[in-house]
Design a protein around this ligand. Structure first.
Ligand SMILES: *[C@@H]1O[C@H](CO)[C@@H](O)[C@H](O)[C@H]1NC(C)=O
Ligand SMILES: *[C@@H]1O[C@H](CO)[C@@H](O)[C@H](O)[C@H]1NC(C)=O
Ligand SMILES: *[C@@H]1O[C@H](CO)[C@@H](O)[C@H](O)[C@H]1NC(C)=O
Ligand SMILES: *[C@@H]1O[C@H](CO)[C@@H](O)[C@H](O)[C@H]1NC(C)=O
Ligand SMILES: *[C@@H]1O[C@H](CO)[C@@H](O)[C@H](O)[C@H]1NC(C)=O
Ligand SMILES: *[C@@H]1O[C@H](CO)[C@@H](O)[C@H](O)[C@H]1NC(C)=O
Length: 392
């Protein structure tokens, strides 16, 4: 509910910021500032939906290093500008300020291409240098500022000791929920490979088909020391992953539903790229097991089709025993296939001689298919399987 309310507010705000002239933009940006004293970013912060970020310009002017720690004290970072849209949005804010000096921005030189990156460690793929002049990238300690005057609109290198105004940026707290219903998929922290949002929770709900189990792999863990990832196997907490855990991490669950909750701390704002991983459905390997029709020994359901996979260890064959079977003849039946789709057994009705045994010689894997129609329903079946050491 809260998220929806926030979103519609953002849409409203975005509509405000569609403007055709500078004066109109100023008026609209002022309106935005009023709206901005809302729950999204806090008082005296501006919010832009496109970047899902909050911006703040303190009233003081300081050298680069103390501007940096000032922003960090607000759980923010000196501003990063990731694209032309964000450049335009932040320009609207700058146009409202009284300052005549340029503003510190969170840009640094970097030894690899594109040779500049932001304090949040994202590469500066977009830049807006004054007069299109890229400064040398060889000075590792260079500081950069944003001039917003008619003659000089853009970024340039400035002596770090100059006292200048500055722009802080903080990602909005947005809680993410993702749902997966598939046999495989990729999982990422929000914004990956850009930094995740501080002080937020991202939840992932995964379901793979019936009779499979979920295998999770985390390939990369780059989170701050106060953030953590909780993994639930159905409802049970089975792992808490923190910064000290070394990827790759593989977790094999026991059920076909999982949830992952990534709790991103306030401390990690805009500095850590997060984590990546994947899930896939696997058939659990067993040496024995049992299965029944739904509700057994009470009547099963009409109009149902259920597939169940059974796998025994390598070198064993899988052997089934049906102990009890009672269904509507022809309409309701149980079939046991090998993994190639060859039917070893197809049983229906009331008359079977029980128990009924079948061994899938030279097969470690079986697919069981239970199909019912309508209207009559009966007790159904129970069966067991074992891994048989006779393979051929
Ligand atoms: C950029 O170009 C303008 C117009 O030619 C000029 O006035 C200004 O000094 C230039 N800025 C820099 C930093 O070279
Ligand atoms: C998941 O997908 C299956 C097959 O497409 C579908 O039958 C099932 O209803 C889906 N489950 C959810 C929770 O959406
Ligand atoms: C993240 O976890 C901490 C500690 O369990 C908890 O206090 C905090 O409320 C969680 N954050 C969110 C946004 O739920
Ligand atoms: C089963 O499906 C048939 C045909 O679609 C329908 O007439 C019948 O009502 C269904 N029965 C149940 C119990 O859903
Ligand atoms: C299967 O059903 C039969 C008959 O109801 C019962 O005797 C047997 O204990 C059941 N076996 C299993 C494994 O449930
Ligand atoms: C199994 O038997 C049912 C009827 O009893 C039939 O509809 C179904 O096609 C059969 N399956 C196979 C694989 O032969």
């Amino acid at each position: 509910m809260v998220t929806i309310a926030m979103r519609s507010l953002s849409l409203l705000l975005a509509a405000f910021l569609v403007c055709t002239s500078l004066n109109k933009c100023l008026a609209l940006a002022s309106a935005a500032k009023l709206v901005k004293s809302s729950a999204i970013c806090g008082n005296d912060w501006y919010y832009f939906m496109e970047s899902e970020a909050c911006y703040h310009i303190p009233t003081e002017e300081t050298p680069f290093a103390s501007a940096l720690s000032y922003c960090q004290g607000l759980s923010a970072e000196l501003v990063s500008i990731l694209d032309s849209m964000e450049y335009g949005s932040v320009s609207l804010i700058l146009e409202q300020q009284e300052f005549v000096e340029p503003y510190w921005i969170g840009l640094q030189t970097y030894e690899y291409t594109p040779y500049f990156r932001w304090l949040d460690r994202t590469n500066a793929g977009y830049t807006h240098w004054i007069n299109g002049t890229t400064p040398p990238h060889t000075d590792r300690n260079a500081c950069f500022a944003w001039s917003k005057t008619p003659a000089n609109n853009g970024w340039f290198q400035v002596d770090c000791q100059n006292p200048l105004p500055f722009i802080c940026k903080r990602n909005v707290k947005v809680d993410h929920i993702s749902r997966y219903n598939a046999t495989a998929g990729d999982l990422y922290s929000p914004n990956y490979p850009r930094p995740y949002d501080a002080d937020s929770v991202a939840s992932y709900y995964i379901q793979v088909p019936y009779s499979y189990i979920i295998e999770l792999t985390f390939d990369l863990i780059a989170i701050d020391s106060e953030s953590f990832i909780k993994v639930f196997d159905a409802e049970n907490l089975v792992a808490i992953i923190t910064r000290i855990d070394r990827a790759p991490i593989q977790i094999v669950l026991t059920t076909n539903t999982a949830s992952i909750h990534f709790n991103a701390s306030e401390a990690g704002n805009a500095k850590y790229i997060g984590w990546s991983g994947s899930f896939r459905a696997v058939i659990p390997t067993t040496t024995e097991g049992s299965w029944t029709s739904p509700n057994y020994p009470s009547d099963y359901n009409a109009n149902e089709s259920i597939t169940k996979w059974v796998q025994v260890p390598y070198g064993f064959s899988v052997a089934f025993t049906i102990w009890d079977f009672d269904s509507e003849p022809i309409h309701d039946y149980l079939t046991i296939f090998d993994e190639r789709g060859y039917a070893y057994l197809n049983v229906s009705g009331h008359g079977s001689t029980l128990p009924l045994s079948v061994r899938l010689s030279s097969h470690t894997e079986a697919r069981l298919y239970w199909h019912t129609s309508s209207p009559d329903v009966y007790r159904g079946f129970n069966l067991t399987w074992v891994a048989d050491p006779n393979y051929g």
